[in-house]
Design a protein around this ligand. Structure first.
Ligand code: ATP
Length: 306
């Protein structure tokens, strides 16, 4: 069994009387890519700051990399953590290379490694320019390089891909995947749910300070029982008799001779088989499983209803 990189037990954090995070249990393992999702103010950044030892819990215990971060010297543990804050601000007069050297010295790491980090994030050509001349994407790349100093065993990335173009997002995720394959635990908070589907091993949903879901996408799909959509396209030259599709009960026209139905996952194949026995056969069938957005909405709605 692997030893947890992070273990949160009964964590509550209040600011004054207002809880930001309430009674959260969470265990993160080596090599896992965890997506931490939730609306604005759900408590994502608070959880990340608690793991970094930047703020203290009101109650509960946090072990990070084998030590209780509230009791041990947080700065010693932080040398093994890579952190990319939500809003990265760099001293404008420093160059990218100078900035990485500064952080490497803070973390007591070999400055010579920085060249390969600059190469990894594609910033070699701009390394000797001041950060004030950097675009948003370049600043995020420098922020990621900074977080990767010293091959951290835990990477905490707070909304790292916000505002990045699709190509740069892919690069980001490729680097993150490589870190996880290398055994690092990667926790990434985001609002960009769709892109996280294939890029995370586990999804933790926060809502108003409460952890409302935690599992693989398949786990959450099974729990949420969100419907799968089946879309059948009968082509413009075929005529579809009214009695086909069971008099179209439950089917919705979404185009010329294109119909869609929402069904429970276990009923999916029976429906597809029935479609294939119709006199007017569809020329195309599309099966759309629930997206992370659908599942996320389900967990938030359920909590609101309680
Ligand atoms: N320093 C602070 N003082 C008082 N309240 C705070 C402080 N930091 C956060 N909060 C409150 O705690 C709650 C959780 O905030 P947090 O920043 O953790 O949410 P988040 O999920 O990261 O949101 P976002 O997606 O907007 O970044 C919010 O209600 C916020 O107003």
């Amino acid at each position: 069994m692997s030893t947890a990189t992070v273990s949160l037990r009964g964590i509550t954090k209040r600011y004054g009387n207002r809880p930001a995070v309430t009674d959260v249990d969470l265990v993160l393992l080596p090599g896992e890519r965890i997506a931490l999702v939730g609306h604005n103010g759900a408590g994502k950044s608070t959880l990340i700051k608690l793991m970094l030892g930047l703020i203290r819990t009101s109650t509960g215990q946090i072990d990070v990399l084998g030590a209780d971060i509230t009791r041990h010297k947080a700065s010693a543990i932080r040398a093994d953590i890579g952190y990319l804050p939500e809003n990265v601000v760099f001293p404008p007069a420093m160059t990218g290379r100078e900035l990485l050297s500064f952080y490497a010295r803070l973390k007591r790491r070999d400055v010579a490694q920085n060249q390969s980090l600059l190469e990894r994030v594609g910033l070699v050509d701009a390394a000797d320019q001041r950060t004030s001349t950097y675009s948003k994407g370049m600043r995020q790349r420098l922020g990621l390089a900074q977080a990767l100093i010293g091959r951290p065993r835990l990477l905490l990335l707070d909304e790292p891909t916000t505002g990045l173009d699709p190509a740069l997002r892919r690069t980001f995720y490729d680097i993150i995947d490589a870190c996880a394959q290398d055994g690092a635990t990667v926790l990434l908070s985001s609002h960009a749910l769709a892109e996280l589907e294939s890029r995370s091993d586990r999804i933790v949903v926060m809502n108003r300070g409460l952890k409302v879901a935690d599992g693989t996408l398949a786990d959450l799909r099974a729990l949420a029982r969100c419907p799968t959509r089946i879309r059948a396209d009968f082509g413009t030259d075929s005529t579809l008799p009214a009695e086909s599709l069971g008099n179209r009960a439950g089917w919705r026209a979404v185009g010329v001779n294109i119909y869609e139905i929402a069904c429970a996952e276990p009923d999916k194949m029976a429906l597809v088989r029935r479609l294939m026995t119709l006199p007017a056969q569809p020329r195309d069938i599309e099966i759309v499983p629930p997206t992370l957005d659908d599942i996320y909405a389900h967990f938030l709605d359920r909590k609101a209803a309680e």
